[in-house]
Write a protein that binds this ligand. Structure first.
Ligand code: NAD
Length: 515
């Protein structure tokens, strides 16, 4: 193993000398299929992980369920105290975990560390929440009666997560779920097992110190089969799934079939619209970050750019200048702005999309190739690309599909109505952003005739969000909401309790049924 990799792994006590257990349910185990964690920058195998057999998964689900029956009796503020300790433990390893994210997923260091910070932030939020998950007292129509709406813990919450946020997405779910009194079982992406093992190790130590069963935060690594078995389990009332539209469609259907609840956080196909009155010195760097940051592998990455005719040439000129400053490199090195794509398969998808752009005679302003330089030949490096397809045909693959790579498709419009129509004319509805200084545009954009996405920004790019607001998207993005806002309400079961304090037993709506 390169010293670059072994230093990162050693800083988190991940042994590289033998196969690593990828299942945790109070104890570390794993005797299933071996998966390799492959570094997208160098192509080297970082470690081999022993995933869950079907029996181990079954046992882990049982232990998680048992852990829940214990944990639901721990008072919520006490659960908050455990979350506070988890927050401290994560913060003390912020840089090391961030580096592991860069090493295994491929995003640059500042973004890797940012992801861990997001987990820390949501823990803070959930500590507060643990004293504020309030129910309600509702006025009853019957004398001497009261109605309470009581939030109770739900049970086992499964978190099935994607490769591109191998730490933060679990964090959003774990923090709210634990505050609400549930136990979680996490199935991470099969290509980022080390991030999940490192995070689970840190959390399990905190649980142990507090004499809480480790299976309150279980981990089962594995592929599609493990995910499918969790989705089908009657012991899992809530499945929180983050991933592609293709898999989300299957997961959503299968969870609904057994009357489970799901939260779906699926693909994005996000647009930025730039009006002629926009401050270009803010808009251009934001589009640059949105399209090139994380090598275009965020669900909120900017994939479509709609420019008003009056500023289009200048905008593209200045944006291309920024693209020219990008040099690919090791995401662990601080000055690197562009890391690799996560897998070889992603490079193939990039190539196919470029080929498609060529067949529809798009003007490729910049990019369009893999980096051929020898030092990158083992890594998955592709050039960030700006293309101008000949027309905006929402039915064309190029506009309606999320290609998980740094490809930005641009088009020119004459009025805001047109741009909003284009913005909304795709299946997905995650993030969107309008650049303007005109209040009238803003009002239109955020209102009923505006963007139909879940995230509707003004003078802020599409990419990246804070934990305070509920995060998620509409339409084929799945309608799920996680993190802040009212998202916690999905992690509890609501009990409507009508209580009679009187000496009479009247029926609702004045129904008369003499005995
Ligand atoms: P993916 O759909 O390939 O995999 C996601 C998870 O599902 C993995 O853990 C995978 O092992 C599991 N899985 C695969 N088949 C399954 C099945 N049949 N049943 C149950 N589980 C199964 O996604 P990916 O390539 O890892 O991630 C990229 C995608 O995730 C992009 O589309 C991106 O936009 C999306 N994403 C969305 C958000 C959001 O918040 N909306 C956030 C991050 C990523």
């Amino acid at each position: 193993l390169s010293s670059r990799a072994s230093n990162v792994l050693a800083s988190l006590d991940i042994s590289t000398t033998h196969e690593i257990s990828g299942v945790y349910d109070g104890e570390w185990r794993g005797s299933g299929e071996l998966v390799s964690s492959i570094c997208p920058t160098t192509g080297e195998v970082l470690a081999r992980v022993k995933t869950a057999t079907p029996e181990e998964l079954h046992a882990a689900l049982e232990r998680t369920r048992e852990a829940y029956t214990h944990f639901r009796n721990v008072p919520a503020p006490r659960r908050g105290e455990i979350l506070r300790q988890i927050r401290e433990a994560l913060a003390s390893k912020r840089d090391e975990l961030g580096a592991l994210v860069s090493l295994e997923m491929g995003k640059i260091r500042t973004e890797g560390v940012g992801e861990v910070q997001e987990f820390v932030d949501i823990c803070d939020y959930a500590v507060g929440l643990s004293r504020m998950m309030n129910g309600r007292v509702v006025a009853s129509e019957r004398p001497g009666h009261s109605i309470l709406e009581v939030p109770n813990p739900l049970g086992v919450v499964a978190v099935l997560s994607a490769f591109n946020f191998p730490v933060a997405v679990y964090g959003w779910n774990l923090a709210l779920s634990l505050a609400a009194g549930n136990a979680t079982i996490w199935k991470p992406s099969p290509t980022t097992p080390l991030c999940s093992i490192a995070v689970t190790t840190i959390i399990s130590r905190v649980l142990e110190r507090n004499s809480v069963p480790g299976a309150v935060a279980s981990l089962v690594t594995g592929g599609k089969e493990v995910g499918e078995a969790i989705v089908e389990s009657q012991d899992v009332p809530l499945v929180s799934f983050t991933g592609s539209e293709h898999v989300g469609r299957i997961v959503g259907k299968n969870v609904a079939f057994r009357f489970g609840k799901s939260i779906l956080e699926l693909g994005g196909n996000n647009a930025s619209i730039v009006m002629p009155d926009a401050d270009l010195s803010l808009a251009i760097p934001a589009v640059f970050f949105g399209a090139v940051g994380t090598a275009g592998q965020r669900c909120t990455s900017t994939r479509r750019l709609y420019l008003h005719r009056n500023i289009a040439d200048e905008f593209l000129d200045r944006l291309q200048k920024m693209y020219r400053t990008v040099a690919p490199g090791d995401p662990l090195i601080d000055s690197t702005l562009l890391g690799p794509l996560h897998t070889r398969a992603a490079c193939d998808t990039y190539d196919k999309t470029i080929q498609h752009l060529q067949t529809i005679d798009a003007n490729i302003l910049t990019g369009g190739k893999r980096y051929g330089h020898a030092s990158f030949s083992a890594g998955n490096f592709v050039e960030p690309t700006i293309a101008i397809p000949k027309s905006v045909n929402p039915k064309d693959f190029i506009w309606k599909t999320e290609t998980f790579a740094p490809i930005l498709n641009a088009a020119v419009f004459d009025d805001l109505e047109q741009a909003i129509e284009w913005n909304n004319a795709v299946p997905q509805g995650l993030s969107s952003s309008l650049w303007t200084r005109d209040l009238r545009n803003l009002g239109r954009w955020i209102g009923p005739n505006g963007s139909d996405a879940g995230i509707v920004n003004v003078n802020v790019g599409t990419s990246g969000a804070e934990i305070g607001a509920a995060f998620g998207g509409n339409k084929s993005t799945g309608w799920g909401r996680e993190s802040g806002g009212d998202a916690w309400k999905q992690y509890v079961r609501w009990s409507a309790c009508t209580i009679n304090f009187s000496d009479e037993a009247p029926l609702a709506q004045g129904v008369n049924f003499p005995a």
